[in-house]
Design a protein around this ligand. Structure first.
Ligand code: NDP
Length: 477
């Protein structure tokens, strides 16, 4: 009998996704460019459910019931186009092609438009959760037409993670909306990881704690409001001892963070949209700095502060302060990311419900956390809110965290421990709070050197000052 759904691309993600469908009782057609992967899947996991192994794209398409549901899980970029080009001539009107890879949302928009022309549905679907998520329940962010979601959505919801009985999968919006949201998810992930890393660095080089002791601190935090997958795995990484040397694992790893590019995409998109996502940007730049080897070698001898540790009384209090600073900075980073989702949604007319995004990120994905329930609730109360930070919970939490947050940022500055994530989050917060920003002066400078004009607080219109003539009133432009 025909297969209910097909998965092509059987590397780590595709293989596990196919197994996930099969474990949920779906008959799954599986295909991979190199057939050895298909054979290996059947040999190792064939007993888990009903698989139909296809050697060629033709066999793969022929194995599927109509309308066909196909999930592509290949390397993002040109390989995705190559697979689409091979599939499309073999498909019929109404068939649904989903791309679960990490595609750029603009590529997804292009592909969706091209397939729509041919009467096919294209579902650009962000999938988060890595290998384990794909197998046991990822967070899925599908974009495309409502009709396509009606057909494919129930299967995706079935295999997605569940939190309080709700699937971590929803129809995000048209064309590139799903991949856009997945991109911002990854940007937020970068920011969250950077903030956690800074917290570790401050505890280590400010309070003088060793990695195993810091692991304990993180475990304690994970029992509270910071409870999240990232805090949990951080404790595990810090507690790990390197088998070969007996040293803490974190001390034998090269301190150069890598990136595959979704953080960079998030910042590029934010620059285009004009959304200040300083937390994500600092995280991307912090990874760049860590990997800039000649730059760091050149900089290593630069003078630093004479004071290098907290005294023991201050060190005792410090972990609590860092917890507050982390929570506050995290609120800012997420608020910025959600603003980017709102801005993207407005720019491309996607009608994305930000509260729903928080809901489907509560399980399955890398940033899953208790905290996302707060975000869901904040947007349920007001979907159009300009910033999460003014929601009652956030406002109160920021208010009570701010003294500690300021202490941590000043300790970091005094001791010379880099904490760009904490510092930029605080600067953003103070920027939002400010009655007047020095942007007024910037406007003056712009008018001075370029006659770029300015607006006044007390009168409508656009003005330019004749700077070379003292006392002369400005001209209205
Ligand atoms: P890879 O990104 O390593 O891609 C390998 C797969 O792509 C193989 O099946 C390979 O086939 C296939 N492929 C590459 N080029 C072509 C081509 N020109 N034509 C046909 N097939 C091709 O696999 P992953 O499983 O790691 O990731 C799959 C997708 O999921 C990627 O887009 C990735 O960004 C995304 N993703 C990955 C996550 C992860 O944790 N790894 C998490 C979330 C998303 P062959 O065996 O023949 O070489």
């Amino acid at each position: 009998s025909p297969a209910r759904i097909g998965v092509t691309g059987l590397a780590v993600m595709g293989r596990n996704l196919a197994r996930n469908f099969a474990r949920h009782g779906y008959r799954v057609a599986v295909h991979n460019r190199t057939q050895a992967r298909t054979t290996a899947l059947l040999e190792e996991f064939g007993h888990e459910g009903e698989f139909v192994a296809a050697g060629t794209t033709e066999e793969f398409v022929a194995a599927l019931e109509r309308p066909r549901l196909i999930v592509i899980m290949v390397k993002a970029g040109a390989p995705t186009d190559a697979v689409i080009d091979e599939l499309v001539p073999l498909l019929d009107e109404g068939d649904v092609v989903a791309d679960g890879g990490n595609a750029h949302f603009l590529d997804t928009r292009r592909r969706e438009a091209a397939l729509r022309e041919r009467g096919l549905h294209f579902v650009g679907s962000g999938i988060s959760g890595g290998e384990q998520g794909a197998l046991e329940g990822p967070s899925i962010m599908p974009g495309g037409t409502p009709e396509a979601y009606r057909v494919l959505g129930p299967l995706l919801e079935d295999i997605a993670a569940k939190v309080d009985g709700k699937p971590c999968c929803t129809h995000v919006g048209p064309d590139g909306a799903g991949h856009f949201v997945k991109m911002v998810h990854n940007g937020i992930e970068y920011a969250d990881m950077q903030l956690i890393a800074e917290a570790y660095d401050l505890l280590r080089h400010g309070a003088g704690l060793q990695p195993d002791a810091i692991a304990e601190v993180f475990r304690t935090w994970n029992a509270g409001r910071l409870e999240s997958y990232l805090i949990e795995i951080t404790a595990e990484v810090l507690a790990r001892t390197d088998a070969a040397t007996g040293k803490p694992f974190v001390d034998v790893v090269l301190d150069q963070a890598e990136q595959k590019g979704t953080g960079r995409w998030t910042v590029q998109s934010a620059l285009e949209l004009g959304v200040p996502v300083s937390g994500i940007a600092e995280a991307v730049f912090a990874r760049s700095l860590s990997g800039s080897v000649p730059l760091r070698q050149a900089g290593r001898g630069l003078p630093g502060p004479t004071e290098t540790w907290l005294d023991s009384a201050a060190a005792d209090r410090f972990a609590d302060d860092v917890e507050q600073a982390l929570y506050a900075s995290k609120m800012v980073a997420y608020a910025q990311g959600f603003n980017q989702i709102q801005a993207g949604s407005a720019e491309y007319s996607w009608q994305i419900d930000p509260g729903e995004m928080a809901t489907i990120w509560r399980g399955g994905c890398i940033i899953r956390a208790r905290f996302l329930d707060r975000i869901r609730a904040a947007y349920e109360a007001d979907r159009e809110r300009p910033t999460l930070l003014t929601d009652a919970h956030f406002r109160e939490a920021l208010g009570s965290a701010q003294s500690a947050w300021r202490r941590v940022v000043s300790v970091a500055a005094q001791l010379g421990v880099p904490a760009p994530g904490f510092a930029t989050a605080l600067a953003y917060y103070d920027g939002l709070r400010a009655e007047r920003l020095p942007a007024a002066l910037v406007q003056g400078q712009r008018d001075f050197f370029g006659a770029h004009t300015y607006r006044r607080v007390d009168r409508d219109g656009t003005f330019h000052t004749r700077w070379e003539v003292e006392g002369r009133p400005e001209e209205q432009r």
